[in-house]
Design a protein around this ligand. Structure first.
Ligand SMILES: Cc1cc2nc3c(=O)[nH]c(=O)nc-3n(C[C@H](O)[C@H](O)[C@H](O)COP(=O)(O)OP(=O)(O)OC[C@H]3O[C@@H](n4cnc5c(N)ncnc54)[C@H](O)[C@@H]3O)c2cc1C
Ligand code: SF4
Length: 326
């Protein structure tokens, strides 16, 4: 790990001011992913700015929906009664992620900014367009069994966001509140926050230099209350998703009034499927409808040699999740 200085910030202004003075600095919340990246020399920062004293806390009901502070821990949010009752899929996405120890340390904001688990990205011995633009992508012809099939490009086929929470947030129209070094706040829908790789896989989000994630707001909706997050992984103790589905349905008299669908583990970004939602809306809540929605969700998939199985796995995961909430 490179040498770095460490400082605690008491206010957002102090944190962003310090970041402005040292542009290569990084904020640190739980540190559960940042320190790993630094130890592996995948990221080098001359200064870490500890943001744990900032008042980005609390889970509260507002007129816009449920507002979750970015520094709340994954455990606290996953177990919070308002989240469990109003957004079961969000709660489940958090409680199925990582291990209990990690969830106790890790923050909501840090979770949204974790980086890909592509093995070539994580091993500096290999070239990688995401790490060093223009250097190449060994995953295209190499081991790509855990990489993405939707939204990929010839430059990168990684799941840039490999985690769980953002998949549920993408399904339920969550909005992020961000604050920049000038003290200005802006709101960005989660579905606009992550960028597709295109020719610039090193640009992963719309976050500007020094910008902080302050909070996440999720609007209330009947389909969010009747929701689930289903995660398929290689071991049940803890592992990232090979495929996952966050779904919510508002069903009345056997007909689906509104539907929300997002897939994880298969997209270059958390994959909201408006195509699947279109098939589901107004249709009977039957297995035939769910199968048609699943087929729509993987339209345009571009699998490679080792991740072809994900086309079928993603569909089966989605059908099972829809059956659970129907
Ligand atoms: C073994 C292991 C297994 C895991 N399994 C899963 C899993 O199955 N599913 C899953 O979803 N995740 C998984 N994770 C990832 C884990 O959820 C993340 O490490 C954690 O959520 C990161 O949160 P943190 O607060 O520790 O972030 P940090 O490590 O402190 O920060 C991460 C990044 O976010 C930035 N940052 C943090 N907070 C803010 C903020 N408020 N504003 C702006 N920037 C900020 C930091 O500068 C840094 O770049 C796993 C991690 C490990 C180590
Ligand atoms: S898939 Fe993306 S992250 Fe993985 S090696 Fe290729 S460019 Fe790098």
């Amino acid at each position: 790990m490179n040498n770095f200085s460490y400082t605690q910030a008491a206010t957002a202004k102090e944190a962003t001011g310090r970041h402005k003075d040292t542009p290569q600095a990084a904020y640190i919340a739980g540190g559960t992913t940042l320190l790993d990246l630094m130890k592996a020399h995948l990221e080098e920062h001359p200064q870490l700015i500890d943001i744990n004293q900032l008042p980005f806390r609390g889970v509260e009901q507002t007129k816009d929906g449920l507002r979750i502070g970015a520094l709340e821990s994954m455990s606290a949010v996953g177990e919070h009664p308002l989240v469990v009752q109003q957004y079961p899929a969000v709660s489940q996405s958090l409680l199925l992620a990582a291990s209990p120890q990690l969830r106790n340390m890790a923050s909501i904001g840090g979770n949204l900014l974790q980086r890909t688990r592509c093995g070539y990205f994580r091993d500096p011995a290999f070239p990688c367009n995401k790490r060093v633009p223009g250097s190449g992508c060994p995953a295209l012809e190499g081991d790509n069994h855990n990489l993405a099939i939707l939204g990929v490009s010839e430059s990168c086929i990684a799941n840039s966001y490999p985690g769980d929470l953002s998949v549920a947030l993408a399904a339920f129209d969550a909005v992020l509140t961000l604050e920049n070094p000038k003290g200005k706040q802006r709101r960005v829908p989660l579905t606009d926050f992550y960028l597709l790789p295109g020719n610039t896989p090193h640009k992963e989000t719309v976050l500007e230099p020094g910008e902080l994630i302050v909070a996440v707001t999720i609007p209330a909706a009947a389909h969010a209350t009747r929701s689930t997050y289903l995660k398929v992984r290689e071991r049940s103790s803890y592992a990232y998703a090979l495929a996952s589905a966050a779904v919510g349905l508002d069903v009345q008299g056997g007909t689906i009034r509104t539907a929300r669908v997002a897939l994880g583990g298969v997209g270059a970004q958390p994959w909201r499927s408006r195509e699947a939602e279109h098939v589901l809306t107004g249709a009977p809540a039957t297995e035939a409808t769910f199968r048609a929605a699943a087929a729509a969700a993987v339209q345009g998939a571009r699998p490679r040699e080792h991740n072809r199985f994900k086309v079928e796995l993603a569909q089966n995961t989605l059908v099972r999740a829809l059956q659970q909430v129907a």
